[in-house]
Design a protein around this ligand. Sequence first.
Ligand SMILES: Cc1ncc(COP(=O)(O)O)c(C=O)c1O
Length: 419
Amino acid sequence: MSQTNPHPESEMMRLGYDPHLASGSVKPPIYLTSTFAFKRVEDAEQYCQVINNLRPKREDEDFSNTYIYGRDTNPNLAVFEKRMAVWDGSEACAVFDSGMAAITAVFMAFLNPGDVIVFSEPCYGCTDFVLKHILTRFGIRPVGFRLRDGNAGLRAALAQPGVSEHLRMIYAETPSNPTNAMADIGECVALARKTSRPDRRTLVAIDNTFLGPLFQRPSDHGADLTLYSATKYIGGHSDLLAGVCAGPVELLNEVKLMRAMFGTTCSPHTAWMLTRSLETMKLRMEAQQAGARVVADYLARHPAVERVYYLGHLAAGDEQRAIFDRQCLGAGSMISIDLKGGKAAAFAFLNNLKLFHLAVSLGGNESLAEHPATMTHAEVDPEDRIEGGITDAMVRLSIGIEHPDDLIADLAQALAHCA
Ligand SMILES: Cc1ncc(COP(=O)(O)O)c(C=O)c1O
């Protein structure tokens, strides 16, 4: 082990917590308190000025162990955020009570009436709804680009009248839920830099839920902010809801202010659970990835399957494969399939699975299957759903850590009902 630069998985066991400040307890206690006592009111005054962004923190000030109120932060959140920032390769991190809370805090922190946000399609159904039906109520213009059109689609969105002059954010969910289509993060960053002006920088925010933080690190490619539904791989056991935003301190201060003002702060108990989960995240994600490859190979050979959407099967020469090679470190464990026989076949398959649970969500250690068109993406306008490649024949699979032979046996018996 290098003493100066331990690997992230080693940092997960110790960073940001000293057992000797808590009776030697090897694991952090859960700080179940809503409020924190100060010794002197002058200390409270200085701290409040900094957390409310009324002035920057001075070099000689250390607030790393100062807390005021649970809606701002808490020691359990601080430990998790330090460790998560290591995995993400970012300066700072904020943890929320859901992925949607993290995403909407970023929108609220940086978008103003008159701004344009260019975003990738398809994306998670609730994100799509917020962009098209909520931000528009506040005078923010969402302009979508279809991932299947590649970088040409992104450039065409930026070339639409009135877009580049008012562009404040490029938002990409990559790989996308549920098609596994990818956005080119480097290209988003290059185009954002081109449209930035001294008085208005275009930010790039990436939803890294499907691959991150193990198999994709958007900050390495210049993204300003990285978002996660921590409900998925980071939590990893389908027993909590949480979200993460990671990035530079300067931007995270704005995001944390929104979190405190809207009250979407993660609870101490959830932050403790997430800290526990980070200890095994690498093991889980690698095991899930290995199982997914076996399952995807099986599905690609099955006669009832029309198409497999899996990052490990991208063909050489495909633009998507070039993006994958540039920005991904692994194919992850999300697979979608189109079944021959359309919606009826998809429903027959789902109703007959026994080991896979028929459930939304993903990234947990158990395998899940769902029908995006009628479940996770039901709120997406039908035309956009079809344009985005979400067919009625599509089933999305999240592969867990069960033995791949058992998963394949379950898939085989369920696929036999599709004919
Ligand atoms: C890609 C993606 N982003 C964001 C979210 C929202 O996360 P949460 O359900 O934790 O609010 C989800 C949820 O499924 C998702 O799949």
